[in-house]
Design a binder for this molecule. Structure first.
Ligand code: PEP
Length: 250
């Protein structure tokens, strides 16, 4: 499967810095690389980034959406608005949304279904905390989150799953390839049991302090189909290093 590298800018970026960053990424994209690249800027920059990348292979995603298509939800952004801004993906259930906004599995699933209904590909994030891993609960937490957060698998061809151990996000710590392999194998089994053969085609991304120095090893791990990248997606050189590592494995 073609590797998918997704940059999550989180709450970073103004129009000028965004133009510079996207320009740098486009200028440095390895020619002919068989890698999917998605940029997820804050909502204020979605339309701008979509405009800049429109003649390129780079696609755009949002960082969250509301489960409803419209209505009285001050400050929220609906999936049709995201699609209208030119995006094709949306991250749902990121651990920062789960912890900062108390989002649970049922809401994450509703958001993923809303995304699909608008023709977007949801990137559904799951992952255990450090405490849960220390207690030996990582696999059972992942199973529970999969059961609660994934949308109906009849549309598996538009789904992306991201395994992001909470303790590895923004900390510089990464899971070992063996731990990643174990969790990704469990996710693959769940996808296959829900969607049959189509479950093999759902990209499973790893996220958590991915950088150019560790990308090759992580991306070469079984069932790792790409990366969800936070900090290292904010500098063109760093992000391009990860894309180049993915291209080398294609
Ligand atoms: C993320 O925000 O999804 C993430 C993985 O962040 P970082 O790469 O900075 O750990």
């Amino acid at each position: 499967m073609r590797k998918l590298i997704v940059g999550n800018w989180k709450m970073n970026g103004l129009r000028q810095s965004s133009e510079d960053l996207v320009g740098g990424i486009l200028a440095g994209l390895p020619a002919g690389a068989d890698v999917g690249v998605v940029l997820c800027p804050p909502a204020t920059l979605l339309a701008q980034v979509a405009e800049i990348v429109k003649e390129s292979p780079v696609e755009v995603g949002a960082q969250d959406c509301h489960p409803d298509a419209s209505g009285a939800h001050t400050g929220d952004i609906a999936a049709p608005m995201i699609a209208d801004a030119g995006a094709r993906y949306v991250i749902v259930g990121h651990s920062e949304r789960r912890s900062d906004h108390g989002e649970g599995d049922a809401l994450v699933r509703a958001k993923a279904e809303a995304a699909m209904a608008s023709g977007l590909r949801p990137i559904v994030c799951i992952g255990e905390t450090a405490e849960q891993r220390r207690a030996g609960e990582a696999l059972s937490v992942i199973k529970h989150q999969l059961a609660g957060s994934l949308p109906a698998l009849s549309q598996a061809d538009s789904l992306v799953v991201a395994y992001e151990p909470v303790w590895a996000i923004g900390t510089g710590d990464t899971a070992t390839p063996a731990d990643v392999e174990e969790v990704h194998a469990l996710i693959r089994t769940a996808l296959r049991s829900g969607a049959g053969e189509a479950g093999n085609q759902v990209p499973i991304l790893y996220g958590g302090s991915v950088k150019s120095s560790n990308a090759s090893e992580l991306l070469a791990t079984a069932d790792v189909d790409g990366a969800l990248v936070g900090g290292a997606s904010l500098k063109a050189e760093d992000f391009l290093g990860i894309i180049t590592a993915a291209a080398a494995l294609a």
